[in-house]
Design a protein around this ligand. Structure first.
Ligand code: FRU
Length: 466
């Protein structure tokens, strides 16, 4: 599988559709796979929702709850769920046509269980742009219309519609702004309203995935903060910001219809090696669901993220330690009595020196997450964390700026059998990396320049969810 698609909450159920090819472990004719959950952490696989058809493969897109039945798909008082996706015509691509990606609809009248494709697909025809895909639709209440953000090669195009069927182009954004190391994909537009000096202020966030051109090469997701007036998006500055600086968080978007919550899910892989990772039955999973929110640092605003509270509900045992002294090196393993390699580890200590955490096992494998206080940088080094031979860059060192200026490092590690998700400084800098070790990384060593004091450490063992 790859991108999360059609993230929508309806009737207390979170739906996760995803790019899926059921007949092989590599990318192929895309379907929408489907899974559902009541709590974002226990998922039930459902039958495939959308199959390729005469108009092409089913590429990425979104899903909305059409509660006012603007589309007219609702019958007998039933609320339609409407999926908006890209039809990718492989035959057109083969003949080098430039209009082989078009936007189409499907709807469900049984809460997402079964889907019917709209008879008049496609609803938004390609004007002749080779990359014309990944529609992300939401209701813009102020303008009483649907807004679609669409990835169109090197920019995002905005469209609006009263009924999801007829689309009018509003504007474009992206030329000369942001990172352009590769094609733009999988946009998402959403807002936050917060109080500033007793006034309500609304910020609009535009997520844009890039491939290649990520912060460490390969796939990555940048975002812009700005203003949206129903027609045009205007960024408030030209700073390039990334949702996640690690190598493995791509095509992430938010759940629709999640009330006040802003919940993000990304695909935990990278197109540089997604097809060659050395695993078969458990391949290229999603990140943990993350709450995203605004955070101020150094006079600028950022989109920060932390694991959704549902992730923390999986914790079966928590132990807190205070004032642990690390004399240049120390081993925390005796405080982590677990052998599953699934835990959340929170560590706080002064940011006045370089610190490296080596997550390791008895087989001599280790993954290092560090803070370089000279460069004010975080890094992941997975060169000795298991297999790296399947891609030349996989064993490299991935870096991220420390954006926070707080005196203490505040690191939250979410470790799973084959992935590490790091939320630093309250989620201001995030790094996600996968690894392929022979055994889980159950132990942790710390190396520091000098004597370093862990002011507080929380070790939380995560139980099995199966
Ligand atoms: C992003 C992407 C999308 C496309 C889909 C195809 O990873 O390339 O742009 O819709 O994957 O599977």
């Amino acid at each position: 599988m790859n991108d999360p698609n059609g993230l929508v909450r309806y009737d207390g159920v979170y739906h996760l559709f995803f790019q899926y090819y059921p007949d092989d472990i590599v990318w192929g004719p895309m379907h929408w796979g489907h899974a559902t959950s009541k709590d974002l952490v226990h998922w039930q696989q459902q039958p495939i929702a959308l199959y390729p058809d005469s108009l092409g493969y089913i590429f990425s897109g979104s899903a909305v709850v059409d509660s006012m039945n603007t589309s007219g798909f609702g019958q007998g008082g039933k609320t339609p769920l409407v999926a908006i996706f890209t039809h990718h015509d492989p035959a057109g691509e083969k003949r080098h046509a430039n209009d082989f990606q078009n936007q189409s609809l499907a709807y469900s009248l049984d809460k997402g269980a079964t889907w019917t494709k709209y008879a008049d697909n496609p609803v938004l025809k390609n004007p002749g742009i080779t990359d014309f895909r990944d529609p992300n639709v939401s209701w813009y209440a102020k303008g009483k219309k649907w807004i679609m953000t669409l990835a169109t090669k090197d920019r995002i195009s905005f469209y609006s519609s009263p009924d999801l069927k007829n689309w009018t182009k509003e504007s474009e954004f992206g030329v000369g702004v942001g990172s352009h190391g590769g094609v733009w994909e999988c946009p998402d537009l959403f807002s936050f309203t917060r109080k500033e000096a007793d006034k309500e202020k609304t910020y609009w966030i535009l997520l844009v995935s890039n491939n290649p051109g990520g912060p460490n090469g390969g796939s990555g997701t940048q975002y812009f903060i700005g203003d949206w007036d129903g027609h045009t998006f205007r960024p408030q500055d030209t700073t390039v910001r990334w949702v996640d600086y690690g190598p493995d968080d791509y095509a992430g978007v938010l759940w629709n219809n999640a009330g006040r919550r802003r919940i993000f899910l990304g695909w935990m892989s990278n197109w540089d090696y997604a097809q060659t990772v050395p695993t078969s039955t458990w391949r290229n999973a999603m990140t943990v669901p993350r709450n995203v929110f605004l955070m101020d640092a150094g006079g600028k605003i950022y989109l920060a993220s932390r694991p959704a509270q549902e992730v923390l509900s999986l914790i079966k045992r928590k132990e807190t330690f205070r004032h642990l002294i690390v004399d240049s090196s120390g081993d925390l393993s005796s405080r982590m009595k677990d052998d599953a390699g699934r835990y959340v580890l929170d560590i706080r200590g002064a940011a006045d020196q370089s610190v490296a955490f080596a997550f390791y096992n008895a087989a001599g494998e280790q993954l290092v997450f560090g803070y370089n206080n000279v460069k004010q940088e975080y890094y992941i080094d997975r060169s000795a964390a298991g297999r790296t031979d399947f891609h030349p860059g996989f064993g490299g060192i991935y870096t991220a700026p420390r954006i926070s200026q707080e005196k203490d490092l505040d690191l939250e590690f979410v470790m799973d059998r084959s992935s590490l998700e790091v939320f630093a400084d309250g989620g201001l800098t995030v790094m996600t990396g996968v690894f392929f070790s022979k055994q889980p990384l159950t132990r942790v060593k710390v190396n520091t320049t000098d004597r370093w004091i862990i002011k507080e450490m929380n070790y939380m063992a995560v139980g099995s969810i199966w």
